[in-house]
Ligand binder design. Sequence first.
Ligand SMILES: Nc1ncnc2c1ncn2[C@@H]1O[C@H](COP(=O)(O)OP(=O)(O)OP(=O)(O)O)[C@@H](O)[C@H]1O
Ligand SMILES: [Mg+2]
Length: 406
Amino acid sequence: MVLNLPSLSHLERYRNEGTRTYSPHAGYTEAQRKYRPDGGLPSFSLPCFAMPRERMHVYSANPPGELARIYTGADDVRFCIHPQVLDERADDPYVVQTLKIGAKSDPLQVEPGASTRTLHVLNGPPDHAVKVHFPFRISRYGRKMREEVIEQAINVSRELEAGIEKMDGRFAFLREVIGVAHANLHPESPRGENWGYLVRDMRPFPHVVEKRTLVPGFSLYGKDFYDPGKSILLFDLIGSANPLEFVLESILLPIIRHWVGCFLHFGYLIEPHGQNVLLEIDENGVIKRVVHRDLSVGIDMRRRRDLGLSDAGLNAYNRMEAGHFLSITYDKFMGGHFFDRIVDACLKRYPHLTADDFRAPCRTEFQHIFPDNPAYFPRTVQYFSEERDAFGKPFFIDTGKMPAWR
Ligand SMILES: Nc1ncnc2c1ncn2[C@@H]1O[C@H](COP(=O)(O)OP(=O)(O)OP(=O)(O)O)[C@@H](O)[C@H]1O
Ligand SMILES: [Mg+2]
């Protein structure tokens, strides 16, 4: 079957209608309209500054030479700031510091992806994006890029790349290859608020030569921005295949295996919701791999100790010592926010199917590949409370519900 799939950039921006309903906060954004992925400017200029390298903190995980050259010089490093930050946060200490010690350099031309703050850089090749500090609320959170978050994403990228043979052949991910952050100007504060940005290699790793298209998870069931009546992409991909078999074998089961593989081999809690998952599709319309993005994962230190894995390459960010967040990522982000939407779409179109036709084989697979799961998981589904800690992070609560996907 030959499919005429729209580009990733089009899908990111214009096949996401009606999907942000998974929580009461999901549709909320403080991004100025012109910078939003849907309905904003076709592209915009990202302000950049040349900063003295010895004043900045630079992290890297095997960046391709071309990207290292664009972002890090021997004496200077590039610093990117979202224009809305320059506009609305001119007195932020790190904006002030940038203007004080840096010199304005050529901007990059960028296009926002679905997360708003990850910006596809049009000046490539190589194909890459920058994930920038955006301290405005989108959905539940303000989207800061603090140094410890940047450093940890680079640590995770490096470790996952080095251990990639532990994952199956349908797993791929987008590497975070360079991070640049300001030094902390207020070391006495309880948490470093110094920030910067990440450079993401957009070529799925392990690299393949063949031309393939990336399709974000949400665009399987998202409506078209321009033509809401258009049939959804999931049905185009299913074509004349058996819908249950297709959805299980090419989407749900591989993602469950990836969640479990990342947990068992690394202690990582990946968050495979509709925005963090991309399907990689070949020219015949066949889903070859699932590509995971966003390496700001929780890290289960209990699992790492059980594996005898060193924590020397990790900083303190997002370390977990209990199972609540396992349930949030598996039961809610993946199961509730993503899989249930795919299933809902299928049930409408194929009324002979039931939700349990999809869920039961997933539960069986999960128990089969992760029999020891009760040692790590809470029995019931956990989620975010509406109450937050001093840094604005929501607490976890026990919903008391029994999980549907494990
Ligand atoms: N259909 C969708 N499902 C989930 N999140 C979505 C969807 N569409 C847009 N988003 C946005 O994507 C972001 C998801 O948050 P998440 O922390 O995974 O991404 P991020 O860290 O901002 O960016 P990236 O995934 O590029 O690393 C939120 O800002 C959310 O509003
Ligand atoms: Mg994301």
